[in-house]
Design a protein around this ligand. Structure first.
Ligand code: GRF
Length: 217
């Protein structure tokens, strides 16, 4: 079967991009990354893409007068590829309604908390301050509201008494690197449908398929 063509949008380090690149290296993985875009020319993740021989494009938002103009240019550039799915992976720009509309149900994001809790920035510090016992990450379809939209996969990690935002971020990141490739795999397998703003996964054999707990159990 033809592989799902994926564009990945980044702004920085690109470790989630790397997890997708690594997953795509497996012959039986149902997706391939055909393009990587960044709003920052110096994003380290662009080097990861180049190392994997994936075409890269930097579109600097500073070159555009408005968010709308930037988004339009970005959406046009992504549409010019054959991308069937767009993955935001540490893409630190809010996308506009037009962009979300252009890519509705073909645009996904990873967020480092168990949504709908702790959307937005400084998630780990806020999770620790709230005293939650678990945190994790969420891969979801993107909607115009920030960090909202039908949830595809979540991974759970414990929050430990001695955690700092950095130590919790590191634990969540390990989970992110497992969960994002899983979500893209399920979309590539054609198993994900959005009905009434809820993502349904066909052929789920156990809850662990969409609720990962990397510490086991
Ligand atoms: C990740 O924690 C992701 O969940 C968040 O930004 C971070 C990006 O990290 N949206 P990386 O660039 O993928 O290493």
């Amino acid at each position: 079967m033809a592989k799902l063509k994926v564009a990945v949008l980044i702004s920085g380090r690109g470790s989630n991009l790397q997890s997708l690149i690594d997953a795509c290296a497996a012959p039986d993985y149902p997706a391939e990354i055909i393009a990587v875009f960044s709003n920052d020319r110096s994003a380290a993740g662009l080097d990861r893409a180049r190392a994997a021989r994936i075409p890269t494009t930097a579109i600097d938002h500073h070159d555009y007068a408005t968010r709308e103009a930037f988004d339009e240019a970005l959406s046009k550039a992504v549409r010019a590829t054959d991308a069937e799915l767009v993955c935001l992976a540490g893409f630190m720009r809010l996308v506009t309604e037009t962009f979300v509309h252009d890519w509705r149900d073909r645009l996904i994001n990873i967020h480092p908390s168990l949504l709908p809790a702790f959307g937005g920035l400084n998630t780990h510090a806020r999770a620790i301050a709230a005293g939650v016992r678990f945190s994790g990450c969420t891969i979801h379809f993107v909607r115009a509201e920030m960090d909202a939209g039908p949830i595809i996969v979540q991974a759970v990690v414990p929050v430990l008494a001695e955690d700092t935002p950095d130590s919790l971020a590191a634990r969540v990141l390990v989970a992110e690197h497992q969960a994002y490739p899983l979500a893209v795999r399920m979309i590539g397998e054609g198993r994900v449908r959005v009905v009434n703003e809820v993502a349904h996964i066909d052929g789920i054999s156990s809850p662990h398929e969409v609720l990962m707990n990397p510490t086991g159990g």
